[in-house]
Ligand binder design. Sequence first.
Ligand code: PLP
Length: 406
Amino acid sequence: MHKFLAKCDEALADITAQGRYRRFVALEKLADRFPYYRVTMEGRTQNILVWSSNDYLAMGTDPEVIAASVDAAQRMGAGAGGTRNIAGSSPVHVALEEELADLHGKDAALLFTSGYVSNQASLGAILNALPDWQVFSDAKNHNSMIVGIKDGRHAAVHIFKHNDLADLERLLAVAPADAPKLIVFESVYSMDGDIAPIGAICDLADKYNALTYLDEVHAVGMYGGHGGGVSERDGVAHRVTIIEGTLAKAFGCHGGYITGDFKVLDYIRSVAPGFIFTTALPPPTVAAALTSIRILKADHARRALLFNRAQTLKAKFEAAGLPVMPSESHIVPLMIGNAAKATEVSMRLIREFGMYATPINYPTVAAGTERLRFTPGPKHTEAMMDELVAALQHILLGHSVKAGVK
Ligand code: PLP
């Protein structure tokens, strides 16, 4: 056997022994019945209720968003057919970038093929522009930012304790005073559901003459008066140098972007391989995202419903004695503390109750903090929540199953 194949065998056996082997459940989203999905498992096909979608506001199944996608496909075809430079830049791409710049109150926006790529490509481009960057990165930053920072070949990287202003200042204070500095962080941390003190981080950035790069992937569409994220909610978007986001979560579509100063984005557009050398987003996706953003800019009720649902589920979990983790956001994590058990609870929820919640295991979260992650949205009713609570009480606390629960 080739040495590499033997290595694959060994690594997979190891991952399996640790209970971390990832089995993808093939879920067919039912656009007219979201959050229900159709699944075939162990020879049985059934509709299951999904609690873990990042389509937080159900925009991916919104009739207007779907219609925009269908219309664009009929007018412009299924794919862009080229990079932005080679026939792939359509009027909807330009309109979407203008809409995103407006959403965040910035000069300009730049689209990427995913949120992941936007972070990796932008941070790599920024950090390779100068030889002496000092980067300050939150300890819980998403892998896409970590990889982007690592792509900066000469940058000195300092990891500050998660959301810890004192630790960030300690590191800023000892860095060379005249070196260019960049603070990289998120607004809503999606596995714990906590939120960064953006304004206070901007204060430190001002004090130490640093630029700021903020990932609002789990906040855009949901926070702020128009869905501009936590930076809009807190009135500090103008203080952040670059705001990054995704079209794939609350906007329900696909793709990523950055917004900021025109000159900075023009530079990134001109040098970032992850922007230059890949086919542009498909026009139907871009048209759908544009419609979704415009709807959410005005639909305050949908946003309010999301937070109401999250609050209600947290309260129900707490009242039921379930190990809900503290979270200030729309994300509701339930601590399980063991990889094999998290996977088992998730499988039992499907098999016995027709519901699905994703187990979150290492390396996404630290070993020993494995959890199930719930993201109730506007279409999850209180009756659904009551069924979920009864199912979890049965699986985790050994309660008998109440009549009426599947
Ligand atoms: N940034 C954060 C914080 C994320 O959690 C994710 C994905 O979950 C991404 C970026 C990547 O976004 P996308 O899914 O659009 O690639």
